[in-house]
Design a protein around this ligand. Structure first.
Ligand SMILES: Cc1ncc(C[n+]2csc(CCOP(=O)(O)OP(=O)(O)O)c2C)c(N)n1
Length: 875
């Protein structure tokens, strides 16, 4: 049994086996060098490829080719001149570091419950600063690591964009002058652009954002779509999120050279090392390279250059390769002496390499992500790189500069309290002009508007076009056309597709409509759009589609309008988010419609939808094949009975469950108007079903009720019971009213409920108004006023959806729904099973009236056995 270090060493030697004939190797290498010198790198790459192909033919096993040595990708000789003032930049970065730290420690001294992070920004500070001073143009889009937000605030404070009062109210937002914990556009709408607080969403969104910029450029909607960059700062621990990885191949497939990832490889996450027993940098290199990215390793600072230059026999590299991340973390947490003894003294050759260095010199050896010269070189190469997205794997130390109190310490992620000694040590480490008292009182430091530092920083930002992050809240208004509701026998999904076609044909709004699908366009009968507006493809269509001789063939085009994302709901939603916030990110309002299997929306990618709400998205989500009984055959994992419940929890989501085409038309028109004309930060969730039926014309005076959530469909003075229904179950409700009338001579009023969730919000608002002395009446109360009898409601969703309005319903209220697991059967059988068909609703109405006829009805409709069986949600 080998021990761990042997294992790692043997893994290293598998790749770096001993050389059996060094002289022969030398000859080959010399020949290769001569080739590069004489004919250039391109030719060398060509020959290498030929050699690899040949080796394959000869069945010679190939070495792993996706990993390069554990050193910087950019050689010293290729490093560009650093154009800034290093000394000044270092002073600025020290001040930002201090203020960021002071902000967090101050908040926690006053209120220990507030939380916050110091160590993450401490590791990322130089990565951010070089970006701010040299690369982030005002029009670029930057996704920041969320828990590094204090650093971004601290910089904005120097820029005069945030006040001392703001900084003093970090994580205290309810009074209006505080700062958000993380990057939340909802809470700081003029500052943060992209919410990244939920790990993994930032990297995924950044990829689709970069792709959407290409889409806008290729469709000639956005001129600058090609030149602007998207930067995403990502944690190495964060790369474990499936979402972080989900879009990598799309980014390279689409050749997104407007996209730069900077993975902050401080080798630690919250609990401990990201890959204690391995190397996260090497793992990520293989992963990104395999996905087709340009990978730049930024591992070592300038003071390592002479060491590598002298490392002729490769012993330094060998030592680096055999060191696992868990050990690198210990080296970060310890001093020069420890590093000398444990890292360098392992081999005599290595010991010799650092013979002239003191322990302090060793202590000062920087990792690449803390050296502005190396960072500049990597960013410069990334920004120039063409044809591929770039990832920079930047090695840093977590808690950099926090000394004994935090640097490389296992628990450093959570460290938010520092004693006076730690504060003074930090001050000294970064040479901050603060007295002992300033340090222990955690005073913020601003060198003054006229100081060299601020003048420099402002000049840099001016040269790059202005401050960042800045979020725009408004865009041009677009006029929305009137929509006509189709009335023939069809499903609401087909009605929706026709409404979408009307919008697409509108000369003003048409080009701004973005239809998005995740490989379900045919499911929703949207294939007509393939031909009408085309599917976006950066490459156009390089093949003759199989169905080219058909009228509605599968048409891909450079200026295609549909985003056909393939089977990735997370990707499609990210595209939707990019389009739904284009009014802010690009000043170009778009109108995205993402239509998907409703079960795979809120349930599967609910957190992305939550982030979209935080982003102040404007657009439509359309949950197709909706309902637990209307999608008949598909069964348990496909039938959605809960999305409306989740939708109700998202403050900016207006969710509707319409039954008739005219309802859908009114809702889409109103929604588009609110978003494009009224510039309201709302998005709509609509459920669309695939049951065909006739769509009657709109009753007079229904329009207000359709939008507010309910309106009267059938009313008689003699009514003894009031029935409410939504989606296609409204038709069961109408049928139940007929049964009550025909079989039991009982009149019933019928109400179409387009949105239980909007009714609930309105009810809550009225209730609150009353609590504070007002006299508002809820829409439910207004509608039901002057009618009598119990109220019975039913939908194709769990009963909790209809139950949302219980507090506002006068008298007895019975909420029916489709609780339980879905299953496959015919619609009629499923509705009987879930007890939401006409017969069950009629029986529920009679029972709610305490009528003796209920028993007769159960017998007549054959429902008596139900009393002896378990409820649907238990079966
Ligand atoms: C989806 C999600 N899960 C968990 C968290 C909690 N969390 C915040 S930061 C963090 C660790 C981050 O580590 P890493 O990505 O390596 O970044 P670092 O702080 O080390 O730069 C965790 C677990 C979160 N914000 N989002």
């Amino acid at each position: 049994m080998t021990n761990l270090s042997d294992f790692v060493t043997s893994a290293f030697w598998r790749v770096n086996a001993p050389d059996a004939d060094p002289a022969e190797t030398r000859e080959w290498l010399d020949a290769f060098d001569a080739l590069v010198r004489a004919e250039g790198r391109e030719r060398a790459t060509f020959l290498l490829r030929k050699l690899l192909e040949h080796a394959r033919v000869r069945r010679v096993p190939l070495p792993p080719v996706l990993n390069t040595p554990y050193k910087n990708s950019i050689a010293l000789a290729d490093q560009p001149q650093f154009p800034g003032n290093l000394e000044l930049e270092s002073r600025i970065s020290s001040i930002v570091r201090w203020n960021a730290l002071a902000m967090v420690v101050r908040a926690n001294r006053a209120h220990a419950e507030l939380g916050g992070h110091i160590a993450s920004y401490a590791s990322a500070a130089d990565l951010f600063e070089v970006g701010f001073n040299h690369f982030f143009r005002a029009e670029d889009l930057v996704y920041f690591q969320p828990h590094s937000a204090p650093g971004v605030y601290a910089r904005a404070y120097l820029e005069g964009r945030l006040s001392e009062e703001n900084l003093s109210n970090y994580r205290r937002e309810t009074q209006g002058k505080g700062l958000s914990s993380y990057c939340h556009p909802w809470l700081m709408p003029e500052f943060w652009q992209f919410p990244t607080g939920s790990m993994g969403l930032g990297p995924l969104n950044a990829i689709y954002q970069a792709r959407f910029m290409r889409y806008l450029a290729d469709r000639k909607i956005l001129e600058s779509g090609k030149s602007r960059k998207v930067w995403a700062f990502v944690g190495d621990g964060e790369m474990d999120e499936p979402e972080s990885l989900a879009g990598l191949s799309l980014a390279s497939r689409e050749g997104l050279d407007n996209l730069i990832f900077v993975v902050n490889c401080n080798l630690q996450r919250l609990d401990g090392p990201v890959r204690g027993n391995g190397s996260v940098v090497q793992e990520l290199e293989g992963l990104f390279a395999g996905a087709g990215w340009n990978v730049l390793k930024l591992l070592w600072g300038s003071d390592w250059d002479p060491l590598f230059a002298r490392d002729e026999d490769g012993v330094l590299l060998k030592r680096l390769h055999e060191t696992v991340d868990g050990e690198f973390q210990t080296y970060a947490a310890t001093d020069g002496r420890f590093n000398r003894e444990h890292f360098f003294n392992k081999y005599p050759e290595l010991q010799a390499l650092i013979a002239d260095m003191s322990d302090d010199d060793i202590d000062r050896l920087k990792r690449g992500g803390h050296d502005p010269l190396k960072i500049y070189a990597a960013y410069h190469a990334a920004a120039k790189h063409e044809g591929q997205p770039t990832v920079i794997l930047a090695q840093t130390k977590k808690g950099y500069g926090m000394g004994l109190w935090g640097q490389g310490k296992m628990g450093t992620h959570q460290q938010k309290k520092l004693d006076d000694d730690a504060l003074k040590a930090f001050r000294d480490r970064f040479a901050l002009p603060l007295s002992d008292e300033d340090a222990s009182e955690l005073r913020f430091y601003h060198p003054g508007a006229d100081s060299q530092e601020i003048r420099y920083l402002e000049a840099r930002r001016k040269a790059l076009g202005g401050h960042l992050p800045v979020r725009k809240t408004k865009a041009e208004k677009l006029e929305v056309p009137r929509l006509n509701a189709p009335s023939r026998n069809q499903s609401t999904t087909m009605v929706f597709v026709q409404l979408l076609s009307q919008l697409l044909r509108d000369p003003k709004i048409g080009p701004r409509v973005v239809p998005i699908v995740a490989d379900e366009a045919r499911t929703f009968g949207m294939q007509t759009l393939f031909r009408q507006v085309g599917i976006y493809s950066a490459l156009g269509q390089l093949y003759e589609p199989e169905d080219h001789d058909e009228l509605l063939y599968y048409r891909e085009a450079k200026d295609g309008q549909i985003l056909e994302e393939g089977i990735t709901e997370a990707g499609a939603l990210s595209s939707w988010l990019a389009a739904a916030t284009a009014y802010s990110s690009h000043g170009t309002p778009m109108l995205p419609f993402y239509i998907y299997y409703s079960m795979f929306g809120f349930q599967r990618i609910g957190d992305l939808i939550w982030a979209a709400a935080d982003s102040r998205s404007r657009g439509f989500l359309v949950g197709g094949t909706a309902g637990r009984t209307t999608l008949a055959g598909e069964g348990l994992q496909h039938q959605d009975g809960s999305s409306h419940l989740v939708a109700s929890t998202i403050p900016t989501c207006r969710a509707y469950d319409p039954c008739f085409g005219y309802e859908l038309a009114a809702i889409v028109e109103d929604g588009a108007r609110r978003m494009l004309e009224g510039q309201e930060d709302v998005f709509y969730y609509l459920t669309a079903y695939n049951e065909n039926y006739d769509h009657a014309g709109m009753p007079p005076d229904a329009s207000e009720g359709i939008l507010r959530g309910m309106y009267s469909l059938r009313k008689t003075a003699a009514a003894k019971v009031r029935l409410l229904g939504s989606g296609p179950i409204l038709r069961e409700v109408v049928a139940a009213a007929d049964l009550l009338k025909n079989d039991w001579k009982i009149d019933a009023d019928v109400w179409s409920v387009t949105s239980f969730t909007e009714l609930r919000r309105d009810g809550m608002q009225a209730e609150r108004s009353k609590r504070f002395g007002g006299d508002a009446e809820s829409w439910v109360e207004k509608c039901l006023k002057g009618t009598s009898g119990p109220v019975v409601a039913a939908s194709d969703y769990v009963s909790a959806v209809a139950d949302l309005i219980r507090p506002y319903v006068p008298g007895k209220y019975v909420a029916l729904g489709t609780d339980g697991f879905g299953r496959s059967d015919t619609r009629a059988a499923l509705r009987a099973f879930f007890e939401v068909d006409a017969k069950n609703i009629a029986v529920a109405a009679l029972a709610a009236m305490d009528s003796p006829l209920a028993a007769d009805a159960r017998a007549r409709y054959g429902l008596d056995h139900l009393g002896r069986t378990a409820a649907p949600w238990k079966r």
